[in-house]
Structures are given as structure tokens and as C-alpha cells.
Ligand binder design. Sequence first.
Ligand code: ZN
Ligand code: ZN
Length: 163
Amino acid sequence: MNDIKETVKAILTDYLKHNELRKTPERFAILEAIYDTDVHFDVDWLYNEMKRKKFTLSRATIYNSIEHLLACGLITKHQFGKSQAMYEKSYAYKQHDHLICNDCKAVLEFCDPRIYQIQSMMGQLLQFEITHHNLNFFGRCNTLTQTGACPRMNNKNIPLTAK
Ligand SMILES: [Zn+2]
Ligand SMILES: [Zn+2]
């Protein structure tokens, strides 16, 4: 994990230098917070997480850093339904797809090689060079099915990633 952190910091350093952007401690603190967690997060989560770590940053700064981290490929952006955009770390993190609870927006991940078989088969069949895919399943999380209510509905501090 520490190796990964060093590598992602180096990638960000290179990117900032290349684009003549300042190497602010905030940008590196945000990167660190993202690589310290396994959750899929939104801007509000990141804002609160940075506040918890005693960094008082504006939402504009958070948005700005997210744009740069997206540009250098250190995070990926997801649009799960109509809710606000979600992000997750992406360096050295296995490819996967998602299941999202309709109510509490909890996110589960799965990885199935058959998805790739379909992707390459369709690419060949339709002579289409596929660069990436986006596959989300929506439904009811286990707690919702069993108890009729999601734990996150009344407590937004419960992480968005259900484990
Ligand atoms: Zn749920
Ligand atoms: Zn994910």
C-alpha cells in the first residue's frame, strides 16, 4: 500500500509539473485521503473527510483537485443513476463493475471475467474498438430487502460502500 501511495504521489507531482500547476499540500492531502479509503465517495464525503483531517478547504478547491486527479487517471468518475457523481481511486485497483441500492445508494463491487469476454467478442463481431465500458446494476440492498429500510437513510455517516 505504501508503494502505491508513493507511486500515485509521483504521478501527481509529474502531472502538476507538466501542467505548470502548484504543488500545494492540499492536493496531496486529498490524494492521500482518497487512497486511504475503499469507499466510493462524492464531493460532500471528501469535503467532510478533509475537515475531519483538519484541512479547511472550500468545495471549489475539492472540485478543482478532483478534476486534476481525473485528468491524470488517479481516480475514476461514476454516474450512478441520478445521484451526484461518485468517484473512487483507480491506480492499481482491479477492474470491476457495480451494484447500487436504489434507496441508500450503497455500492457493491463485483469482478467477473465474462464481462470482458462479452466486450472483446462484441468488439470483434461489430468491428468496433472498445475503449471502456460502464455497467451498473440497480436494486435493493440486502438490508432493504430484509427489513424494509436501509441503514444509511437516517445515518449518512455510514460509508456508501456496503461490505
Ligand atoms: Zn440500501
Ligand atoms: Zn468501484
